[in-house]
Design a protein around this ligand. Sequence first.
Ligand code: ADP
Ligand code: ASP
Ligand code: MG
Length: 407
Amino acid sequence: MLIVQKYGGTSMGSIERIKNVARRVAAAKDAGDDVVVVVSAMSGETDRLIRLANGISSSPDDRELDMLVSTGERVSIALLAMALIDMGYKARSFTGRQVGIITDSAHTKARIEKITAERIKEALEEGTIPIVAGFQGIDEKSDVTTLGRGGSDTTAVALAAALKADMCDIYTDVDGVYTSDPNIVPNARKLNKISYEEMLEMASLGAKVLHSRSVEFAAKYNVPLRVLSSFTNNSGTLVTKEDKDMEQEAVSGVTYDKNASKISLIGVPDKPGIAGRIFGAISDANIIVDMIIQNISQGELTDISFTVPKGDAKKAVDIMKKMTKEIGAADVLLNPDIAKVSIVGVGMRSHSGVAAKMFATLAKEGINIMMISTSEIKISCVIDAKYTELAVRALHDAFELGEKVKV
Ligand code: ADP
Ligand code: ASP
Ligand code: MG
C-alpha cells in the first residue's frame, strides 16, 4: 500500500515529539507500506514568524510573508529526516518546490494547480522515505507561495491524489473528528465516519481539524481520508462518500469561527448599482466576503453589513472609506470581535424547525444574533465573540449531540 501520512504542528512540537513521529513512520515502513510524509512547522512557529513580520511592518508584503513563513516547514522536514536516518532508514526531505507543487500566485492563500512529484516517485522507487514540507508551493515565476493557515492538510491530500495513494492519514492532537471542538465541548462525541460533504461544510465553517481545501481535494479525487491522533493508537475518523449507515441526524455538528470581522456601511443611497460597486471594489482587492445583510431602507438610505476574514479587515475598511466618498454614504464601522457559530447536518434537508430551535437556544442564553445565513445543510449566526464558547456548548446540548451518559 502507498500511504501519505501528515503530522501537524503539535505532533512535531518538540525534539521528543519529532522522534515519536519518526517511530510511527518507521513502523509503517516496517509493516511493508510505502510511506510519503508531509509535515507542518513545529507548533507556534508559524505564529512566531508572522509576529516577526508584524513587528517590521504594519502590512507586510504578501510575497515576502510567504518567503518568511514557509521556513517553518523547512525546519521540520530536515529534523524528521535526520531522526529517521539516525534510526537506520533511508529518508530525504523535500521543499514544495523540489516536489513540483505548482500553485497560482495568490500569496498567503494560493491554490494548488499541479503536482509533478517526480522526486517523490524516484525516492519511493529506491526505498527512500520522502519527507515533504506542507503548506508551501511555488508559482509559475518560481516564487514561494503558501496555501493559507492549516494548509499542510491540503498538501497531504493533494499529494495523495497525485500519487494515487491508497490512504491519506492526517495525524493531529485529537483522535478524530468530533461533533464539535473537543477542546471547548467536553462531552463532544467522536464520529467513526463522516461524509465528504458534511466534513467540507464543517471545515469551511471553522472546524480547523481539517483545512477545507483538503476536503475538497479528497472529495474530488475520491481520496480515502482518515483523521487520527499521533499520540494514541485509536481508530480515528474516516472521511468518505456518503453511505446508508451514516447518521442522518438533522444536526451532526456545531462549529465556530472567530476569524472574521464585520464591516458596516451606514447611510448608503438605496439605488441600483451601489452594491455592485461596493463588492466589486472588495473583490478587486482579492478579499473574500462571507455574509452580507442589507437593512430595509429608511427613506432613501439603507445600511449594508458584511463579514471578511480578520486579516483582511483593515484593507477592507480602507477601501470602504474611499467608497463612502464616491457613493455618498455616511460612515464605515468595524466590529472586529465577532464570531460565527454554525450547525451542520445533511439531515437538515428533511427536518423542519431546526433554525427556530437554534435561535431559541441562543436567545435563552441571552445571546443576540447579528446576522444569519443558511444553506441546505447548515445554519450560521454571527454573534459577539465573547459568547462563542457558551453558544457552542448550548447548541451542542440543545441538539443532543453529546456522549450519552449511562445511568
Ligand atoms: P494540526 O496542527 O495537527 O494541523 P490543528 O490545530 O490544525 O492541528 O487541528 C486540530 C484541532 O482542531 C484540535 O485540537 C481541535 O481543537 C480543533 N477542532 C475544531 N473542531 C473540531 C472537531 N469538530 N473535531 C475535532 N477537532 C476539532
Ligand atoms: N504551519 C502552517 C500553519 O500553522 C500550516 C499548517 O500547520 O498546516 O498554519
Ligand atoms: Mg491543522
